[in-house]
Design a binder for this molecule. Structure first.
Ligand code: 5AD
Ligand code: SF4
Length: 471
């Protein structure tokens, strides 16, 4: 576990958090055996990062972790509200815990994160899932130890007030093993894309101070991490809410200067905020990975306007052109929503054509999911679900071919790969990423984990590359 000093959160809140951590830790010590916690995370890298902080608190409170809910004394689901299917899985999972709680009344069940920031969801859990002990939203994550203390005493705790301005800070963090550390640089979003629930459940943009970010980067570097991923819903607007704050491009440069950090990535960028300064800083600094996730969402100007994306297709294509001119090796990825309300088959053809025109390396595609409380939820639809699914499948077919072709271009090349660990499907094969973020699998031993090695690409698949180490 790692500790770091964070001054931007009100000191009295951190003090209170620490008091509860100490209290629970002392109680657990008396038990003589560490209780087990099972934490499951849904959704994006930001949520994974929040879970690392929640797990850091649990560790500080004397908990150990287990791999399934069956063995657990505490089950915590950190939820995602972006699409309905993630929500349904959460409801399914908490429903399934009812029998377990009957068998083991001391089991503490908690549900937190984006879904819980929505009043109607918290209410549903309150009424229909009485075996759930704690519900807390994104704005209350820093209160976790206090909430847990009340739940352990047998209370049902619901904490999901909107409290704009608080940043989820803690002095504890339980990260995935090196070499890659996720570092949040800002929370929330101001963009209000009409389909998206994020601004409602994560609040307005709040940037962490550069000092605290850089301290955390130094800390992870000292613990052996070579690569950092800077996280935010829209990293390009980093610092705009701070007095005398660095710009995102300046922050990137500073992060690269930290001793021991060899690679820096970031996610996610809103196309409207990509500055020339950022493109120049990326192009001019070898430590900044040549990878850009630039969600376009749709290729039709008519729909982009309805989505409130604040750019046109032409403007977006100009950005891609500029980026590719300065960094021909850039690996580009995007997000696409198929079936936004009012999207016609003609609009969908525009999306297909932008995929063909840009030739992304990777596309994350989603069928539109209606989110209660967002403007798009009130917009009329014109395609049937069947038509939307047909378009979605067609889009994936087109993109798979493009992704395969983009990967084929790596055949025979030697790539610098930072080895992350063993492949999930084969324990004798190492897995790592190129500078551009492409996954490469190759034979090798555990001594290479965390190292940057030269790998010659011998096979190119749609989603990954295969290779062999060159001496
Ligand atoms: N339906 C489908 N996809 C969505 N996304 C956000 N909101 C929705 C929604 N209501 C997608 C966008 C975003 C990504 C993280 O999730 O493409 O970029
Ligand atoms: Fe959602 Fe748009 Fe903000 Fe991304 S930029 S989190 S899609 S509102």
């Amino acid at each position: 576990m790692e500790c770091f000093c964070l001054k931007e959160v009100r000191p009295e809140l951190l003090e209170k958090q620490q008091e509860y951590i100490d209290k629970i830790c002392a109680e657990n010590r008396i038990l003589g055996k560490k209780p087990l916690a099972f934490v499951e995370t849904y959704g994006c890298a930001q949520n994974e990062s929040d879970s690392e902080r929640l797990k850091g608190m649990l560790e500080a409170m004397g908990y150990d972790f287990c791999g399934t809910s069956v063995d657990a004394d505490l089950v915590l689901y950190n939820t995602c509200a972006v699409r309905e299917n993630a929500e349904l899985r959460v409801f399914g999972n908490i429903g399934a815990l009812k029998h377990q709680k009957n068998r083991k009344p001391g089991l503490v069940i908690g549900v937190c994160g984006c879904m819980m920031q929505q009043a109607h969801i918290a209410e549903e859990i309150h009424k229909k899932y009485k075996h759930v002990d704690m519900v807390f939203g994104t704005h209350s994550l820093y209160m976790f130890p206090e909430i847990l203390d009340k739940a352990r005493l047998g209370n049902r705790v619901f904490e999901n007030e909107d409290s704009e301005g608080e940043i989820f800070e803690t002095e504890s963090c339980h990260r995935d093993a090196p070499p890659l550390a996720k570092i949040p640089i800002m929370y929330g979003c101001n963009n209000f894309c009409t389909y998206c629930i994020v601004p409602y459940v994560r609040g307005r943009e709040r940037s962490r101070s550069a000092e605290n970010i850089l301290n955390e980067v130094k800390r992870v570097s000292e613990s052996g991490y070579k690569e950092v991923m800077l996280l935010g819903q829209n990293v390009n607007s980093y610092g705009k809410d701070l007095e005398d704050g660095l710009t995102f491009a300046e922050l990137l440069d500073e992060v690269c200067k930290v001793d021991g950090i060899e690679r820096v990535r970031f996610m996610t960028s809103h196309p409207k905020d990509i500055s020339d300064e950022l493109i120049e800083v990326m192009a001019g600094n070898d430590k900044i990975c040549k990878q850009l996730h630039l969600p376009v969402q749709c290729g039709s100007d008519r729909i982009l306007k309805k989505m409130n994306r604040s750019y046109t297709r032409e403007k977006y294509l100009q950005i891609v052109k500029k980026v590719r001119e300065r960094m021909p090796e850039i690996v580009l990825s995007t997000d696409i929503i198929v079936g936004f309300p009012g999207e016609t088959n003609e609009d969908f053809e525009d999306t297909l054509s932008i995929l063909k025109e840009v030739e992304y390396d990777l596309v994350f595609s989603f069928i539109y999911s209606k989110r209660k409380g967002t403007p798009a939820a009130e917009m009329p639809d014109c395609l049937t679900e069947e038509e939307k699914h047909r378009n979605f499948d067609r889009m994936q077919e087109v993109q798979n071919e493009i992704s395969k072709r983009r990967n084929d271009a790596y055949f025979g090349k030697v790539e610098k790969v930072l080895v992350e660990g063993f492949s999930k499907t084969n324990a004798e094969v190492l897995s790592g990423r190129t500078d551009g973020g492409k996954v490469v699998n190759f034979p090798g031993g555990s001594e290479l984990v965390g190292e940057i090695v030269d790998v010659k690409i011998t096979e190119c698949k749609t989603w990954s590359l295969t290779g062999e180490i060159v001496k």
